[in-house]
Design a protein around this ligand. Structure first.
Ligand SMILES: Cc1ncc(COP(=O)(O)O)c(C=O)c1O
Length: 354
């Protein structure tokens, strides 16, 4: 089999360029690896905060934004607290709730996609959760909630509200308009999550950030281990904020946004797929089980070396999420779907042994 085409984890499709690798190799100092890194990654935070036009004291760095999620649970929850998120959304909110023995509750938007903000606020009012997680744009649906609606939610609840903007850079060319990071002082119950794992293409480095008011920063820092980000990750992270890197990240980001459009249009051409508009680097769609069963669809792609994301809940068995890959990966995916539609379900069932 050819190399696996990995379209299941929403990573950036492009590796570092040779120029970036040469630049990093020439700048990284390996002679100090006998020393611990800076305990709170202050240089990394300063360069990221400058890049984001934020005061550095309102930013905390984690070993991926997963670590910031962990710190949020440590700092803000007690066992049995209620934690709310949308359904579907990023699986780690539920995983963390389970680790910290909180009660996890799911709120389903209309068609799993469109959030009725007033109804959601009523739900929060009844449940009185400790934490609310909103992934915006949402993983896996790609749905986007407007900043005004988020403001409304923040104003209506006493819960700590985490707006996870892991995929925010993929919304559109002017993605900054959709971020709520500028609201952290107006709403002390707001924490914004960011990561270098997606648009910046550095999932392997493990760097994420939390952004919030000074009081929340104090609570989060109180739960953080020193040296949580390795010396190498800190050093590379700082270099990524340099103009050489920013230019390439920007090019990659715009290319993914354009290719998401092309992929969405191509998928929409198949009548047996219901395709949702995405504001991220992936596309969420539903397979009409009458034409092709979900198992046949997934397994045929899998057997052709294409990994996409399926979901464990029975009510999402016909839904899939595919990451926008390189142009050639997207073409291979579409060719495989094309072949499936011409061969048909019965023949494919035999081919995948079902
Ligand atoms: C919505 C969301 N938030 C956070 C993360 C975790 O990102 P990180 O690599 O920064 O831990 C992911 C990873 O897939 C994600 O989808």
């Amino acid at each position: 089999m050819n190399e696996i085409i990995k379209l299941d984890a929403n990573e950036l499709a492009y590796p570092l360029t040779e120029m970036q690798i040469d630049f990093l190799t020439s700048k990284i100092d390996l002679t100090a690896l006998n020393r611990y890194p800076e305990a709170d990654a202050s240089k990394l935070i300063k360069s990221y905060a400058d890049f984001m036009n934020l005061p550095a004291e309102k930013v905390i760095a984690g070993n991926g934004s997963d670590e910031i999620l962990d710190l949020i649970f440590k700092a803000f929850t007690e066992p049995k607290d209620i934690v709310v998120s949308l359904d579907p959304s990023f699986v780690m909110y539920e995983t963390m709730s389970s680790i910290y023995k909180c009660q996890f509750r799911r709120y389903q938007p209309n068609d799993y996609y469109t959030l009725d903000v007033d109804a959601f606020i009523e739900y929060l009012d009844i449940l009185k959760p400790r934490l609310v997680f909103i992934c915006n744009p949402n993983n896996p649906t790609g749905a986007l909630i407007a900043p005004d609606s988020i403001k409304k939610i923040l104003a209506a609840t006493d819960a700590q509200v985490v707006i996870d903007e892991a995929y925010g850079e993929f919304i559109s060319a002017n993605y900054e308009d959709y971020s709520v990071k500028s609201l952290i002082d107006a709403f002390p119950n707001l924490i914004v999550l960011k990561t270098l794992s997606k648009a910046y293409g550095l999932a392997g480095l493990r760097i994420g950030f939390g952004i919030s008011c000074a009081e929340n920063m104090e609570k989060l820092y109180a739960c953080k281990y020193p040296y949580n980000i390795s010396r190498l990750s800190q050093a590379i992270g700082v270099l990524l904020m340099t103009p050489e890197f920013k230019e390439i990240s920007e090019k990659n980001r715009l290319k993914i946004i354009a290719d998401r459009g092309t992929l969405t249009t191509a998928l929409k051409a198949y009548e047996f797929l219901k395709v949702y508009e995405s504001n991220s680097n992936f596309v969420w769609f539903k397979v009409d089980g009458k034409t092709l069963s979900n198992e046949v669809f997934f397994n045929t792609l899998y057997n052709s070396g294409i990994k996409i994301r399926q979901f464990s809940q029975s009510y999402f068995k016909d839904y899939f999420r595919v990451t926008v890959g390189t142009e050639s990966e997207n073409k291979i995916l579409l060719k495989c779907i094309d072949e499936m539609t011409s061969v048909g379900d019965t023949m494919l069932r035999k081919a995948v042994g079902q």
